[in-house]
Design a protein around this ligand. Structure first.
Ligand code: GLN
Length: 497
């Protein structure tokens, strides 16, 4: 039988609906692939073969399709709660914790008949750009085992690139869906803030966190987007408005040109610090957008250069508050509970033992930025920068429909290369952070392989809030023009894709 891991999610969904293959066969094929290659890739923290096959069987036996993706299995980032599987958030603090409830995203996936293969590796509490901050060891990039798969959602992106899953879920606070997508040659979308429920998403920085779809094609991402998006009364920042028509937009892009679409190239995201191979790949992508009929203009967003420092005040500030709940008293790790320590000592020894160095750094940064006397100078200023960035976007979107830039300044770096240099690590998100600060929608779509090192490069497309459909139209049209490149994936540990 043809290898079922080779198909797109859209193709698999059709085959399952036509009863050409069963969901059980499709799910088993992916579980087999995980068994073959995941020792090498380490995309998963937990695999739930039994649960996934039971969900697949239910789809096969159901008289009607539960959704457009019924029966197509998926890998879930370990930051979303699952009542039948552990949720560790990549941290020792929550090792072995099985949440009492499903995240809304998890629930919608189950209701849509999407079997969940397991939980994917991530930087601890989603803080990082390489998955090296996971307490459970790094994930490896399927394109080069010695390199990082991006972060924090490196496991989700790597599972797609390694053909272990046709679909995955990520979360993006400053770039954690898009940057892993870029460096693994996969598609990742950060929906408009409030577009996908945060209920059951273990909080890092609540005003920025957003769950979204990861896939190998733009259409697959759109199909998944429609399954997970939509108003949720359980999330106070959820938007009570119709989900943008992303599937229709992707189909329009696949079959049409980009005549009448105005594309703005962000002037600030080029030059020093951008690899020549990334720059050339980006310029080639812009040429292709032009060839598809788009009108391309250069746009200046002068405050985008302050996005990174503003983010590294706002995100740690919110994290210092959010992570206060891991106090050894409610749930999760508790150490030194031997009757000889005070409650304060148990709390502090538990937090000392449970959190890794990057999480501690962020908690300290945030606590400092929020402390009285520094609040206005740091947190207050960062919030003002946030407003200026939103105004830059507003001004740009009066002139253009979408903005484009490279997703990240470099291709995948080597494991270990940036672990001792937090600033170098933070720079991976230079181009992705503005969309988080403004709450806009943004996508990374592969722009092929760098002519410098043969590694994947990402094209970032940004759209106004609630105009997520524009990303899909432009992304899908571009994807057709770009052509395939995943067939150049090297063999994994002697197992070919
Ligand atoms: N890499 C960024 C950080 O370390 C973004 C993380 C994310 O989006 N979760 O904070």
């Amino acid at each position: 039988m043809t290898d079922l891991t080779k198909f797109t999610a859209a193709e698999l969904a059709e085959k399952i609906a036509a009863r050409e293959v069963s969901s059980v066969e499709v799910t088993q094929a992916h579980l087999d692939r995980i068994g073959q290659v995941d020792d090498f890739v380490h995309a998963f923290l937990h695999v739930d073969a039994e649960g996934a096959l039971a969900a697949a069987k239910a789809v096969d036996e159901a008289p009607e399709r539960a959704s457009a993706l019924a029966g197509v299995p998926l890998a879930l980032k370990d930051v979303l709660t699952t009542k039948d599987m552990p949720t560790t958030v990549g941290s020792k603090t929550l090792e072995g914790w099985i949440p009492p409830y499903d995240a809304t995203v998890t629930r919608r996936l189950r209701e849509a008949g999407v079997p969940i293969l397991g939980k994917t590796n991530m930087d601890e509490f989603a803080m990082g750009s390489s998955t090296e901050n996971s307490a459970y060891g790094p994930t490896h990039n399927p394109w080069d085992h010695a390199r990082i798969p991006g972060g924090s959602g490196g496991g989700s992106a790597a599972s797609l690139a390694a053909f272990e899953a046709p679909l995955a879920i990520g979360t993006d606070t400053g770039g954690s869906i898009r940057q892993p997508g870029a460096v693994t040659g996969t598609v990742g979308v950060k929906p408009t803030y409030g577009g996908v429920s945060r209920y059951g998403l273990v909080a890092f920085s609540s005003s920025l966190d957003q769950a979204g779809p990861c896939a190998r094609t733009v259409l697959d991402a759109a199909l998944l987007h429609e399954v997970i998006a939509g108003y949720d009364p359980l999330d106070s920042t959820s938007i009570d408005a119709p989900v943008p028509p992303v599937v229709a937009a992707a189909r329009e892009g696949l079959h049409g040109d980009l005549k009448g679409v105005k594309v703005g190239v962000v002037r600030e995201f080029s030059g020093d610090g951008y690899q020549a191979g990334v720059q050339r790949s980006f310029e080639a992508a812009v040429d292709q957008l032009r060839a598809l009929g788009a009108e391309v203009v250069e746009v200046s967003c002068p405050h985008f250069v302050y996005a990174l420092p503003a983010y590294y005040l706002i995100a740690p500030s919110e994290c210092s508050s959010n992570l206060a709940r891991f106090d050894a008293m409610r749930y999760g790790l508790r150490v030194a509970d031997d009757g000889t320590h005070s409650a304060e000592e148990v709390m502090s020894l538990t937090r000392e033992a449970g959190f890794g160095p990057e999480v501690k750094r962020r908690i300290m940064l945030g606590t400092y930025a929020l402390s009285s006397g520094y609040y206005d100078a740091y947190y207050g200023s960062a919030q003002k920068v946030r407003t200026l960035i939103t105004r830059d976007f507003d001004a740009a979107f009066e002139r253009v429909d979408v903005l484009v830039s490279p997703t990240t300044p470099t291709t995948a770096f080597k494991i270990g290369e940036r672990v001792d240099d937090p600033m170098a690590m933070y720079l991976a998100d230079l181009c992705t952070i503005p969309a988080n600060l403004a709450g806009n929608a943004a996508m990374s779509v592969p722009s092929g392989l760098s002519d410098e090192d043969g590694l994947p490069v990402g094209l970032q497309i940004m759209a106004p809030a609630l105009a997520d459909d524009r990303l899909y139209r432009v992304g899908a049209a571009y994807e057709v023009a770009r052509g395939d490149f995943l067939d150049r994936l090297p063999e994994l540990k002697g197992v070919s894709a």
